[in-house]
Design a protein around this ligand. Structure first.
Ligand code: CAA
Length: 250
């Protein structure tokens, strides 16, 4: 973790899509590590309010559509104005619009790429700008096993998550001498609403194919993110950390 200045004693983390699922568990982990966490959400007002009520002054929860560059710019302008720094960015916001490729139309394709990949681009651009001035920072991108090996019905999502891996490795190279580490975690199938929405018979097939025979917990991903933002991971950059119950990737 980076050093903080005397005027800004608290480290600032940004977690996109952090009111539910894996993002929510990451927020808990970072709050536990004493970060003030700026959490974005797009549509789930209720879970946003629940998070504000529960964590109060430990978080700032702001509606931001990461697929819109102007909204991302507004978010980071506000953070920089208030805190003057960005120590951690977790690009977590992600959506699926699953359909076999033959049925997938260009809006299914564009929407998923816009949120999952372009959103990571817009946020990383602003965070790296701030981190280079500080000469410190940590970015963790939430990719997926689907970005490593593809998945039936997920051409758009797989392409977006593979894109996130390419972005991770390139930004890691460009920032290795600037005190900034950039890594990706690749969750397998984690028990969240996203996996809950998979048709029952497909879900059963997936679960039977996981060596551990269970879906992962959001907390199990959050702990890995917690390690990658900690000072113990200072020599790790440009890597993919697989959290998938033993599913082999190739
Ligand atoms: N493997 C092999 N065959 C499959 C299949 C699969 N996973 N899913 C569907 N098929 C087959 C069907 O059995 C059918 O075969 P027949 O024509 O021989 O009957 C054929 O493909 C076409 O089926 P559909 O008409 O139902 O296909 P569709 O275009 O409507 O798409 C689907 C169906 C959207 C792919 C649906 O099966 C589905 O939602 N599958 C789950 C996708 C998935 O795994 N999503 C992961 C979400 S979690 C996540 O993304 C998080 C993460 O990072 C891991």
């Amino acid at each position: 973790m980076s050093e903080t200045s005397a005027e800004n004693p608290q480290s600032i983390a940004v977690v996109t899509g952090g009111t539910r699922g894996i993002g929510r568990a990451i927020v808990d982990e970072l709050v536990e590590q004493d970060y003030h966490v700026v959490v974005t959400y797009r549509s789930s007002e209720k879970s946003a309010q629940d998070l504000r009520d529960l964590l109060k002054n430990k978080v700032t929860v702001k509606r931001t559509d990461v697929s819109k560059q102007n909204e991302v710019d507004e978010l980071f302008d506000a953070i920089e104005q208030k805190y003057g720094r960005v120590d951690v960015l977790v690009n977590n916001a992600g959506i699926t619009q699953d359909r076999s490729f033959i049925k997938m139309d260009s809006s299914d394709w564009k929407h998923v790429i816009d949120v999952n990949l372009n959103g990571a681009f817009y946020c990383s651009k602003r965070a790296i700008n701030a981190m280079q001035k500080q000469n410190s920072g940590r970015i963790v991108n939430i990719s997926s096993i689907v970005g490593q090996q593809g998945n039936f019905g997920q051409a758009n999502y797989a392409a977006s998550k593979a894109g996130v891996l390419g972005l991770t490795k390139t930004l890691a190279l460009e920032n290795a001498r600037k005190g900034i580490t950039i890594n990706a975690v690749c969750p397998g199938f984690i028990a969240t609403d996203m996996v809950g929405a998979i048709p029952e018979e497909v879900k059963e097939k997936i679960q039977n194919g996981i060596p551990m025979r269970r879906f992962g917990e959001a907390k199990e991903v959050a702990k890995a993110v917690g390690f990658l933002v900690s000072k113990d991971s200072a020599y790790i950059t440009g890597q993919e950390l697989n959290i998938n119950g033993g599913l082999l990737t190739h």
